[in-house]
Design a protein around this ligand. Structure first.
Ligand SMILES: [Zn+2]
Ligand SMILES: [Zn+2]
Length: 768
């Protein structure tokens, strides 16, 4: 039998061993580059039972893609053995993501009778670091950052015993032979140790208790920690980190604690407690015992549970939630190398709790929301990457999707797998670019893949695009941003057919050189046609208009009411009307005012109007706050015309302005605006269906991080008889772009020459 999937480094061979010996079968099991091979002989019923139970009772981290079997001559063996890994070729065996501490290990470190009592690097076959410590293949200890530690006799005995839960657990360690913890105070730190003594964990807890800031080495990098209930400590962390408004994530000591902070549905609790341990964005409880400064003005809170023994011990000592934010200055990638961390975080933290097990690959925490009971990823990193996605179509040649710019990821496509990288960050800094290139080299090496086709965004100024321009010896394929979004949603759902794609996001480079961002496309992986778009509006000041939503408010109101806009009875007009003149002039004369059909800017205008936000400190802030402002009990929807290939957003804003002026509460206006966008999408989908015969809709683009819009649009579209595809494993935002690029490039390469002249590209263009 040959088993493919995530079957190495997850306790799969011991699983086979236990089943086979239990069933009285003889033969062997061995790791090979392509998966696990089992040769086994015995009575047919026992063989059938083995095959069935391989999947049914698989270890919790194993993911079986396929089992093939064939009959071979009987060898007449007596015993069942686990053989050593065979020499390697290119590894198509997926590498496991990092795994949160399992229940057995959690209990073990709290048991004074155990030799691993309070040992912060305890792990087993079911848990511990994987992706972040792997330096090469095959997945064996010498190819991890654990190679520096030689196992003691006791650990070796566990490692060699197929009946032990640490059998072939590569990072196995104990206080005698494994990594060691240390506490390093920074020179600037004037805080006393608080009598914590020599135990770094209790010292760190004491320091945090006094309002101090601690940098803690985790799986994929350093966290900055402070007491989440201490307003002054949180303010001090923000000041030192220069992170003025972005919400901070919280690490809770237990699920019970998490439930005191946020309203947790049973689905959200399940996701939060899963071995992947993402940050779950959930609604903050009004009585949450937490400092207001953790997520100012935000109705949501990002909460995660501990996922390493070190975190668990610290949180248990500390006894209440901690802020646990990425160890970086705002907008830089997370620090993960000790030297680098000292340098970059030394001015922020009072102490480092660190250790001598190196992190090979930087990896941030993942962030998810939960929609209709299922995970809806926002940031895909630790616990998820580099788990591959199985696609319906094969990559005939290896493909690299280099991603876009913000929330950058890259994607390697080979055979029928797409391996999406962990979240890299915003590709604007030297640090992030380095992280991208190092990550790419690492992936190419461990998967033994050299891309022959490289897919990139059309935006000429993205660093990723510029990097591709300098490559030689590869085929370069430019993929339009919103087409990539829709293709990524298709791939995420394992689909390949032509659909109505609704790509809503900030601004992306259009196929015609203008800015796009609210697009209804007829698309499959090889091509697309732009059926509908939002009426384009000028962005006075270009990038500045993105940071200052009030500019869009002014542009939209002027478009709706002309000079009468100035006399509308609105707070928004009273506060900003005096500044409109030069902005509107710029827009009218077309000076530094590119036209954009952008969903992000439409939501900005509505947010400004509703008083949610006039200036954004970070991308998407205004739209997020508008979503949170909206009263979900409101069911009426603003109307707008959907004709001539355009959805008229100006009418939506005009309706909102008139309602506000008439005294309707802004939370109701915000909701009716969301409902209006959903209704307009429903109508454009109906018209698209009439023109193309398509009845499946795919939703992608950063605007779909808005769950109220997602819910209202899904209901509207399903009510009209559409099948709705949304993201499940890959973010809808630009973190998913690289997957879409890879899939599109592969489809184009497959059907080279024919993609440009598909019949539907010409017929439906006229059918509005
Ligand atoms: Zn464990
Ligand atoms: Zn040991």
């Amino acid at each position: 039998m040959q088993v493919t999937g995530t079957v190495q480094g997850v306790g799969f061979r011991p699983h086979v061993y236990r089943l086979a010996t239990g069933l009285g079968l003889s033969g062997f099991v061995v790791n090979e580059p392509a998966g696990v091979t089992i040769e086994v002989e015995g009575p047919p019923e026992a063989l059938a039972a083995l095959r069935r139970r391989l999947s049914a009772e698989a270890p919790r981290l194993a993911h079986i893609e396929n089992i093939t079997d064939r009959t071979i001559p009987v060898a007449g063996g007596e015993a069942f053995e686990i053989l050593h890994s065979l020499a390697t070729g290119p590894a198509s065996v997926p590498i496991s993501p990092d795994v949160a501490t399992c229940e057995s290990c959690s209990a073990e470190i709290n048991d004074p009778a155990e030799r691993r009592y309070r040992y912060p690097f305890t792990n087993c076959t079911d848990c511990g670091p994987r992706f972040t410590i792997i330096t090469g293949i095959p997945y064996d200890r010498p190819n991890t950052t654990m190679r520096a530690f030689e196992m003691c006799a006791e650990c070796r005995a566990e490692y060699d015993d197929p009946a032990d839960r640490r059998f072939h657990a590569q990072p196995v360690a104990c206080p005698r032979c494994g990594p060691e913890l240390s506490l390093v105070r920074t020179a600037e730190s004037g805080r006393s140790s608080g009598g914590g003594g020599i135990d770094p964990i209790s010292s760190a807890a004491a320091l945090l208790d006094q309002g101090g800031i601690v940098a803690l080495k985790g799986l994929g990098g350093y966290h900055l920690l402070c007491d989440a209930t201490d307003e002054a400590a949180v303010a001090e962390l923000r000041r030192r980190k220069a992170r003025e408004e972005k919400p901070l994530a919280v690490m809770a000591p237990s699920l019970e604690w998490a439930a005191r902070l946020v309203d947790l549905s049973s689905d959200e609790a399940k996701v939060m407690g899963s071995w992947r341990r993402p940050i779950v964005l959930a609604r903050r409880r009004p009585d949450a015992p937490i400092a207001a400064g953790v997520a100012p003005g935000n109705r949501y809170l990002g909460v995660m549970l501990c996922y390493t023994p070190l975190q668990q011990l610290l949180l248990e000592d500390f006894g209440r939630p901690l802020v646990a934010t990425s160890g970086n200055l705002t907008d830089e990638p997370i620090a993960y190398r000790d030297e680098d961390a000292r340098e970059r975080l030394g001015g922020i933290t009072d102490a480092f709790v660190t250790h001598n097990r190196a992190i090979h690959t930087r990896c941030d925490d993942s962030v998810v929301r939960v929609f209709r009971g299922a995970e809806y990823p926002i940031r895909r990193a630790r616990g998820y990457a580099p788990e591959p996605l199985l696609l319906s179509a094969r990559f005939e040649r290896p493909v690299l999707g280099v991603g876009a710019e913000l929330k950058h990821t890259f994607c390697l496509g080979f055979e029928s797998r797409a391996v999406l990288s962990h979240h890299i960050g915003d590709l604007e800094s030297y640090e992030a670019m380095t992280s991208f290139l190092e990550g790419l080299e690492h992936f190419e090496r461990i998967y033994g893949v050299t891309p022959e086709i490289v897919a990139h965004d059309l935006h000429p100024d993205y660093l990723s695009t510029k990097w591709v321009e300098g490559l030689e010896g590869v085929e370069r394929i430019g993929v339009q941003h919103h087409h990539a979004h829709i293709a990524s949603c298709l791939a995420d759902n394992g689909r390949d057919e032509r659909v109505i794609g609704m790509a809503l996001d900030g601004t992306g480079y259009g196929a015609d050189g203008t800015l796009w961002g609210f697009e209804v496309l007829a698309a499959d992986t090889s091509g697309f046609e732009r059926l509908w778009k939002l009426r384009p509006m000028p962005l006075p000041g270009g990038a500045k208009a993105i940071r200052e939503p009030w500019r869009l408010g002014a542009v939209y109101l002027e478009a709706a009411f002309g000079d009468h806009a100035f006399s509308l009875d609105l707070d928004f007009v009273r506060t900003t009307g005096g500044d409109w003149g030069p902005i509107l002039q710029m827009a009218q004369r077309g000076i530094n005012s590119p036209l954009a059909s952008s969903a992000g800017r439409l939501f900005d205008a509505a947010a400004a109007l509703c008083g949610a936000r006039l200036r954004s400190a970070y991308e998407g802030q205004a739209a997020q706050e508008l979503e949170q402002l909206a009263d979900p009990s409101v069911t009426d929807a603003y109307d707008c015309s959907v004709a001539e290939g355009e959805i008229d957003g100006v009418e939506l804003i005009a309706a909102a302005a008139l309602d506000l002026a008439a005294g309707r509460h802004r939370s109701q206006v915000a909701a009716a605006f969301h409902n209006g966008v959903a209704r307009a999408l429903g109508r454009s989908a109906e018209l698209a269906r009439a023109a193309t015969g398509l009845s499946t809709v795919a939703l992608s683009g950063g605007t779909w991080q808005n769950l109220l819009l997602l819910e209202r649009s899904t209901v509207a579209l399903e009510g009209l008889g559409f099948e709705v595809l949304r993201h499940r494993r890959v973010p809808c935002n630009d973190g998913g772009i690289s997957l879409g690029q890879a899939v599109v490039a592969a489809a184009r390469a497959r059907s080279q020459g024919s993609a440009k002249v598909r019949p539907w590209l010409t017929t439906s263009a006229k059918a509005r």
